[in-house]
Design a protein around this ligand. Structure first.
Ligand code: GTP
Ligand code: MG
Length: 138
């Protein structure tokens, strides 16, 4: 089955929503393959967010991701890459659909960086790259 990298970002962990995110992933029938709470390092985030280097939100994004612990997950299931992004909802919680993690739980007010609770890989190539970064032993 397909695998994806999911992160519960510092706002999700800080607001006590880790369990709620896990509940939605498991209720959908996806399988947890790996789970680890950790403080992300600059080096890891620079690689994780390499595609956004140079964008105006890049600095604030890396800073936000280091503002507290994250919960990193590898999740497995049929078409889970697109499926988890569908569970997460669109990037900005302001407009994310009800029924999604960001739509139901994301706070709809503006901040320097979009604090949107979760990350999910956006393609099979990204998933392979990101799982290698966060879980090199897998
Ligand atoms: P991830 O699953 O976290 O990768 O979200 P995404 O794929 O929906 O968004 P994307 O990869 O384009 O951007 C990564 C993260 O950068 C987002 O989740 C936001 O936290 C932040 N971000 C993206 N675009 C913007 C933007 O236009 N403005 C601001 N302030 N933050 C942004
Ligand atoms: Mg992305």
């Amino acid at each position: 089955a397909q695998r994806t990298l999911v992160l519960v970002k510092p706002d999700g962990v800080g607001r006590g929503l880790t369990g709620e995110v896990l509940r939605r992933i498991e209720a959908k029938g996806y399988r947890l393959v790996a789970l680890d709470m950790r403080e992300a390092t600059t080096e890891l985030l620079e690689q994780h967010y390499a595609e956004h280097l140079g964008k105006p939100f890049y600095g604030p994004l890396v800073e936000f991701m280091m503002s507290g612990p994250v919960v990193a997950l590898v999740v497995e299931g049929h078409e889970v890459i697109a499926g988890f992004r569908s569970l997460a909802g669109t990037t900005d919680p302001t407009s994310a659909a009800p029924g999604t993690i960001r739509g139901d739980l994301g706070r709809a007010w503006g901040t320097a960086v979009v604090q949107n609770l979760v990350h999910g890989s956006d393609s099979p190539e990204s998933a392979a790259r990101e799982i290698g970064l966060w879980f090199p032993a897998l």
